[in-house]
Write a protein that binds this ligand. Structure first.
Ligand SMILES: Nc1ncnc2c1ncn2[C@@H]1O[C@H](COP(=O)(O)OP(=O)(O)OP(=O)(O)O)[C@@H](O)[C@H]1O
Length: 939
């Protein structure tokens, strides 16, 4: 015995030498035949496989030339191909890599009913049958086969082989990456046993589905087969090598858009999560297809976290895209093909996974040593000088490669160390802030009575310091922001405002305790990672949150250290927070860049702080110090844009999906999110409430959630228009101004947006309407601030502005009729919205104590015309915020103050791009638009 089997060793050395090569994901397309139903309803089949690699769209006349008519992939399968053929000629080579110790995965992607499950069941069975066959032919080796099955539904992971329905947690293992905790594994003994398990699995799925509204296509199912094999001869003798790899069979949820299958409430929530996983998958594939530059957002969904190795990592991967040929599904088919095209470009680098016993490793090294020694001893033949040269070059290359690896590893180590440092610091900060918030809470309770502005709990502060004409203008005129005085009393919005918001915002009868919420702040972000109603361990939150926190803190640091670049000829406002460490001397300023020197002279003391560029139309106001010239009637009489007619105006329509603007009567508390710098008014976002809330009292979704809600809404809105026929099949939205906007920003796979020809003017107009409607509908100030800071006039903002306008118009109409709307089981009325806004103002007033040092607060009070000896000065200020939507200075400064209060760190375009809200136009020349461009429309 003694020596490890030479043959054995050679074998895995050979396999290892083969591994580590980059290869592209194999993309297969399978067209199913028309279903019986489709045939009965005389559906036309528009797609045809014209050879083994090309699929053709036959109906090009109908679509014009907007889309390509042929698509080429590694292999395409016609409707009459069997699953056996798809396996043999497509997936088999990849799937069976697993027996050589190489991880592999087979995905099925496509819309509902396109044949994903039909295909995957067959592929799984054929693979397992072949694996068993392989095992029988290799009796010299011992195999252990394990089988597990999980389902991801609404971002909750469930073990399909366990009776226990408790959602499973994801854990980050330093060696194995993200793993699912405690997945039941069945040891497989034969194929029929697998069949049995598959049927158990299927039965479980069906039971689960029944519970989950019978929506089979809503979940992602991952079946994993792990194979460990070692030479039987050496088993148990401590000197064997083991190959260990897994093959994953992934039956993804239907890729169709949520609104086509879902309506509201739980279904909407479901769709939202499905979208989250599928959208993230789409984004990840799209980013990977462009090369592995920059951050890949695997961690944004459970699906991509679990499947990270299969997407660009250590695995061989095949994606089977299933298609329906029916004409009515053309859009979904196109989307699937678009996904397939991106997937084609993604590369993975699979390695052979060898687990070597210590003894085997020692033997291997001894052998290697002996070989090198003998090479040294026996001089090479004289003729082989050139061989030496080649060898030397090879070695040099190897050394270079190893040095690179060392550098990479050192970098990783440094990063890990700095993360640990960050974590330690964070833990320390959290403890400090916990204590601070507890004491603040007590203080603020006392202060509610006395409103004594003397305590300072934080070292930075905010006070608008930029004023038109370069001077420091005192806001000592209480009517300075009183835009309402010019409103038309006939105007329903005027009535709404005057009857309600003003007096309600003074309502301080229900103080909200936030002290305890501050303590939990570090956990907020993690809830985005958490399923609704899942009882995940708080440690899990903690773990996930901290990663995000570190990410955030890095981002924050970055944004604090450099100002955003803007076009040189673009006059831009910068919002600067100085950070010189002196609490009393710190200021947040609205500062003009490139164009208003007087303002710079007016006490601008920024010291390399955070700068927020913005391009909402403010120049006119800055220059003229006047309010909007338009009266409320003019604004009112501005015709709604053409898309308004698609507005459903009924609770079960799009109106039900207006979470961003709805005010729940049952969400009464507000709190702070330190990690995300966000702050949510009571019920800003129904979607968010549905998606990530574990306790309504404790959660404050941040900007990520806000953005997720926006995107979802934009998507639903688009789909609504599609259904109503306002969007052509080509994906163009036509509004009454005759402009067309391509369907982008709605689908992550669609890359382009056409610039509106006179977008700057249109932006001005829509912006004004939105500002008015926000006030009329008592929209959360935090929502307004997020929106205002995110959408600054880029052409790609048009989608979001349009959606916002339609939602607000619906809400206004609902409220002015005295009607209510139901959103996710909550009844929303004008009164509940006003109440929520009142609570939000109160909460913001409390945060002022924490965020602004005393001197800063005083300055703010003076600027906003609040007597320093008056009672409840902070609340007075909070009540003034966003109260005059006609005055852009007011709006800007209100946004600045709220941003500071909620610790919103705006990172300009980067932020939007980070969230995937920005989409570059391709056809028309992109026009840079800033407040400078918008001037004409305002003066
Ligand atoms: N290639 C095919 N040949 C014949 N029938 C097919 C084919 N593909 C799918 N079907 C049939 O179409 C129907 C829908 O297929 P399947 O359930 O696999 O779709 P799916 O994409 O998995 O849908 P979901 O997303 O809802 O799970 C089934 O009745 C199936 O038998």
């Amino acid at each position: 015995m003694g020596a490890i089997g030479g043959e054995e060793l050679m074998k895995w050395e050979k396999i290892q030498a083969m591994s580590g090569r980059e290869e592209k994901i194999l993309v297969l397309v399978r067209l199913r035949p028309l279903s019986e139903k489709e045939t009965t309803s005389n559906e036309a089949a528009d797609w045809e496989c014209i050879n083994d690699t090309t699929i053709l769209y036959r109906n090009t006349l109908r679509e014009g030339s907007t889309f390509p008519s042929t698509y080429t992939f590694d292999r395409v399968f016609r409707g009459d191909c069997s699953t056996r053929q798809v396996y043999e000629e497509g997936a088999k080579a990849i799937a069976l890599s697993v027996v050589s110790g190489i991880n592999s995965s087979i995905f099925a992607y496509g819309q509902t009913s396109s044949g994903k499950t039909y295909t995957m069941v067959g592929i799984t069975e054929h693979t397992v049958a072949d694996i068993f066959d392989y095992i029988h032919r290799h009796e010299e080796r011992a195999f252990v086969l394990k089988f597990s099955a999980i389902e991801i539904y609404n971002e909750a992971v469930r073990d399909l082989l366990s009776e226990d329905n408790t959602p499973l947690r994801l854990l980050d293992d330093p060696e194995r990456g993200t793993i699912v905790e405690k997945v039941t594994e069945e040891i497989l003994r034969d194929w029929s046993h697998l069949k049995e398990l598959l049927s158990i699995c299927e039965a479980q799925r069906q039971i689960g589905e029944t519970l989950l509204n019978e929506r089979s296509s809503r979940s992602h199912q991952i079946i994993k087969l792990t194979i460990e094999s070692s030479a039987r001869e050496f088993l148990g003798k401590g000197n064997s090598t083991t190959l260990a790899a897994s093959v994953n069979f992934i039956d993804l949820a239907g890729s169709e858009r949520a609104s086509q299958a879902l309506s509201a409430g739980a279904r909407l929530k479901e769709g939202c999560h499905i979208n989250r996983s599928l959208l993230t998958l789409g984004t990840v594939i799209r980013k990977l297809s462009k090369g592995r530059h920059g951050h890949i957002n695997y961690r944004d969904s459970k699906l991509t976290r679990i499947l990270q190795p299969c997407l660009g990592g250590n695995a061989r991967t095949a994606i089977i895209c299933t298609l329906s040929p029916a004409r009515t599904h053309v859009e979904q088919t196109r989307n699937t093909l678009l996904f397939a095209c991106c997937a084609k470009e993604v590369t993975t680098k699979a390695q052979v996974n060898v687990v070597m016993s210590d003894k085997a490793l020692v033997k291997h090294l001894q052998k290697e040593l002996a070989r090198l020694e003998s090479e040294l001893r026996s001089p090479a033949p004289a003729s082989s000088t050139s061989d030496y040269g080649a060898l030397l070059r090879k070695k040099d290359l190897r050394i270079e490669k190893m040095e690179k690896e060392i550098r990479e590893l050192t970098k990783q180590r440094d990063l890990a160390e700095s993360r640990v440092q960050d974590l330690l610091r964070m833990v320390g900060n959290e403890q400090n802030s916990r204590q601070a918030s507890i004491s603040d809470h007590h203080k603020s309770q006392e202060e509610d009575l006395s409103d004594d502005d003397c305590s300072v709990s934080e070292s930075s502060s905010v006070a608008g310091s930029y004023y038109p004409n370069g001077g420091t203008r005192k806001f000592n005129n209480p009517h300075y922001y009183d835009g309402d005085s010019r409103s038309n009393p006939e105007d329903p919005s005027y009535q709404l405002q005057n009857n309600t918001e003003d007096h309600l915002s003074d309502d301080t009868s229900s103080p909200v305790s936030i002290g305890n919420k501050f303590i939990r702040s570090g956990f907020i972000q993690s809830q985005e990672e958490t399923a609704v109603g899942t009882a995940e361990d708080p440690n899990d939150y903690c773990k996930e949150v901290r990663c995000i926190e570190m990410e955030e803190s890095r981002k924050n640091k970055k944004s604090e250290s450099h100002a955003l670049r803007t076009d040189e000829n673009e006059e831009t406002l910068a919002l600067s927070v100085s950070g010189d460490g002196d609490a009393s001397g710190q200021e947040l300023m609205l500062t003009p860049l490139n164009g208003n020197r007087e303002a710079m002279a007016a006490g601008m003391t920024s010291s390399g702080g955070l700068k927020l560029t913005r391009s909402w139309s403010c120049r006119a106001n800055l220059m003229t110090d006047s309010s909007f010239p338009e009266t409320a009637e003019q604004i009112e009489s501005t015709p709604p844009n053409g898309l308004e007619k698609g507005f459903p105006g009924r609770p079960e329509g799009l109106g039900r999906k207006f979470p961003l603007l709805t005010y729940g009567s049952n969400t009464s508390s507000l709190s702070r999110n330190d990690s995300q710098s966000s702050f949510e008014s009571a019920s800003i976002d129904g979607l968010r409430t549905q998606s990530i809330r574990t306790s309504a009292d404790e959660e404050i979704p941040g900007i990520h959630t806000f953005v997720a809600g926006l995107k979802e809404m934009a998507k639903l809105d688009y789909e609504k228009q599609l259904i109503d026929g306002q969007v052509e099949e080509t994906g163009r939205t036509v509004d009454k101004f005759g402009k067309s906007v391509k369907d982008v920003g709605v689908d992550p796979m669609l890359p382009a947006l056409e610039t509106l020809s006179d977008w700057p003017l249109e932006f001005e107009r829509q912006q004004k309407m939105i500002l008015e409607l926000w006030k009329t509908c008592h929209v959360s100030l935090v929502h307004r601030t997020y929106f205002f800071l995110l959408f600054k006039g880029d052409p790609s903002d048009s989608i979001y502005l349009g959606v916002e306008l339609r939602r607000l118009s619906f809400l206004k109409e609902t409220f002015s009729n005295g009607s209510k709307t139901v959103e996710d089981g909550r009844t929303l009325t004008l009164a509940s919205s006003m109440k929520a806004l009142g609570r939000e103002r109160e909460m913001l007033s409390k945060l002022m104590q924490k965020r602004f040092p005393e001197a800063e607060r005083k300055r703010l009070f003076q600027r906003w015309g609040i007597a320093l000896d008056s009672k409840r000065r902070r609340l007075q200020l909070a009540n003034q915020l966003w109260s005059n939507t006609n005055n852009m200075n007011h709006v800007i400064e209100s946004a600045a103050i709220v941003a500071k209060l909620i610790r919103f760190v705006e990172q300009g375009r980067a932020l939007k791009e980070m969230f995937g809200l920005s989409f570059k136009p391709t056809l028309a020349k992109r026009r840079s638009f800033s407040w400078k461009n918008g001037r004409a429309s305002l003066v």
